[in-house]
Design a protein around this ligand. Structure first.
Ligand code: UDP
Length: 408
C-alpha cells in the first residue's frame, strides 16, 4: 500500500521533550517505521522548519520524510502554523497529482485540513487521528489555551469530511460524539509501544539510594508535575526525577522549570527534585527501570505514551484517571489510577506502593504483559492497516493502484 502521512508540526525527525514535541512525533515515527518494515511505501509530510533540512530524508526501510515548504523555514509554535496550512494543502495536492497515495493518514487538526483540501479534489480517502481535541483543551485550560479560535469548529468539520477517524481511546470517541461526529466514523486503535526497546530486562541506569519517582514528558503545566512536587512533601524518603523540557545545558532558561523549582522550594522539597532536561529514547528505558514508580498525573491526556512505556518496562505506574490512561492502566493490576490535581490522594497512593515491594513487582509484571500483548506493534499495525483497507475498499478503490476496481 502507498501511504501518505501528514503531520504538519510533529516531525519524526524532531528532538523530543520540547513544548511541541512529544507523543505525536513518537507515534507518527513508530507507525511509519512499522508499516515500512511490513513492506508498505510510506511518506511522512511535515512542515519544513529548518533551512538546512533536505526536501527528502530516508527514515528506515520503506519510509521517506518530506519537508513541505509552507511558511518560514524556521521553528514556529504549533498554534501559529494555521496561516500556512492552505499553502501546505496546495503543495500536497500538486505532489499527489503525480505521486498518488492509496490512502492519506493525517495527524492533528491542521494536518487534517491540509490533507482533506488536497485529497478530496483527487478522490483519495483520508483517515484522521486528532491526537488532541481543542474542546478538551479549552475545557481544561480556559483562557490559557492559545489554540486558534477556529480549532474546535474545524475539528468537527474534519470529523464529518474524513472517511474514518482513528481515535486512540474510548474517552476520545465519547468526545467525538459530543462534537456530533457520526459514531460510525470513529474506531479506536490505541498507540503502540516498541517492546524490543521498552521491556523489563533493561539494566537500570543506576540504583538510587532512595525511592525514586520519575516523571517523563513535555514540561507544560497541564502535565500536572506540580501535583507530584506537592505530593513529595508527604513522602519524605523519596526523590523526584523529571525528564523532559530543553536539553540539559539550557535548563536554567526554561520558564516552566523556573516555575516548578520555585514551587518545589515553597514546598520545602527542592533538594529532592532533579530536572534532567530531555532524555533520548536510547536512555529512557534504563531511566524508567531506575524508578520505583513512574508518575503521570496530567489534568487530561489524549493517550499517554509515557504510562504505556513505563508499563512495558515493567515499572509500576501511578496515573491520573483521564483519557487514554483510563484504558492502558488497569487499576490495582498494572498500577493505580488517581484523580488529577489531588496531591494528597496521590501521596497516599504512592506511600502505599513505596511501602509494598511485592505489589510493585506484581504491577510491573502485569504492566509489561499488558503492554506487550495489547499494545505491541504487530497488533496496532494490523488494526491500523485494516482501517486503511476499509476506507479504500468502501470507496470502490483497489489498495494496490488507488484506481477504481475493474467491474466483476
Ligand atoms: N519523551 C522522550 N524524552 C523526553 C520526554 C519525553 O523521549 O525527555 C517521549 C516519551 O517517552 C513519550 C513522548 O515523548 O514517548 C511523550 O508522549 P506522551 O503521550 O506521554 O505525551 P504528549 O507529549 O503526547 O503530551
Amino acid at each position: 500500500m502507498k501511504i501518505a502521512m501528514v503531520s504538519e508540526h510533529a516531525s519524526p525527525l524532531a528532538a523530543l521533550g520540547g513544548v511541541d514535541a512529544g507523543g505525536q512525533n513518537v507515534h507518527v515515527a513508530a507507525l511509519a517505521r512499522q508499516l515500512g518494515e511490513r513492506g508498505h511505501d510510506v511518506t511522512v509530510y511535515t512542515r519544513r522548519d529548518h533551512p538546512d533540512l533536505p526536501e527528502t530524508v530516508s527514515f528506515g526501510p520503506g519510509v521517506t520524510v518530506v519537508a513541505v515548504p509552507a511558511g518560514p523555514a524556521a521553528p514556529i509554535a504549533k498554534d501559529e502554523i494555521l496561516p500556512w496550512i492552505p499553502r501546505f494543502g496546495r503543495w500536497l495536492h500538486d505532489r499527489w497529482l503525480f505521486d498518488r497515495p492509496d490512502v492519506v493518514h493525517s495527524h492533528f487538526w491542521m494536518s487534517g485540513l491540509a490533507a482533506l483540501d488536497a485529497a478530496e479534489r483527487l478522490g483519495i480517502p483520508v483517515v484522521h487521528t486528532y491526537h488532541a481535541l481543542g474542546s478538551v483543551k479549552r475545557r481544561h485550560q480556559g483562557l490559557a489555551d492559545t489554540s486558534p479560535r477556529e480549532r474546535i469548529e474545524a475539528e468537527a468539520a474534519i470529523g464529518r469530511r474524513a472517511d474514518a477517524i482513528i481515535a486512540t481511546c474510548p474517552d476520545e470517541v465519547d468526545e467525538l460524539i459530543r462534537m456530533r461526529i457520526p459514531r460510525t466514523t470513529a474506531q479506536v486503535v490505541p498507540c503502540g509501544v516498541d517492546s524490543s526497546v521498552f521491556h523489563p530486562h533493561v539494566e537500570p541506569l543506576e540504583r538510587p539510594e532512595r525511592p525514586r519517582l520519575l516523571s517523563v514528558g513535555r514540561l507544560v503545566p497541564r502535565k500536572g508535575i506540580e501535583t507530584t512536587i506537592d505530593a513529595l512533601r508527604h513522602l519524605r524518603d523519596a526523590e523526584l526525577v523529571i525528564a523532559g523540557g530543553p536539553p540539559a545545558a539550557a535548563l536554567h532558561h526554561d520558564p516552566e522549570i523556573t516555575r516548578l523549582r520555585w514551587l518545589a522550594a515553597q514546598a520545602g522539597v527542592a533538594d529532592r527534585v532533579r530536572f534532567l532536561g530531555t532524555v533520548g529514547r536510547d536512555r529512557l528505558p534504563a531511566l524508567m527501570r531506575s524508578a520505583s514508580v513512574v508518575v503521570s498525573v496530567p489534568w487530561y491526556e489524549p493517550f499517554g505514551l509515557v504510562t504505556l512505556e513505563a508499563m512495558a518496562c515493567g515499572v509500576p505506574v501511578v496515573a491520573s484517571a483521564v483519557g487514554g490512561q483510563k484504558e492502558t492502566v488497569v487499576n490495582g493490576v498494572t498500577g493505580l489510577l488517581v484523580p488529577p490535581r489531588q496531591p494528597l490522594v496521590l501521596a497516599r497512593a504512592l506511600r502505599g506502593l513505596l511501602d509494598d515491594p511485592v505489589r510493585r513487582a506484581a504491577y510491573g509484571f502485569a504492566g509489561a504483559d499488558r503492554a506487550r500483548v495489547r499494545y505491541g506493534w504487530s497488533r496496532i499495525a494490523a488494526e491500523t492497516l485494516a482501517a486503511y483497507e476499509d476506507v479504500i475498499s468502501s470507496r470502490g478503490l483497489s489498495p494496490l493502484d488507488g484506481r477504481p476496481r475493474a467491474a466483476g
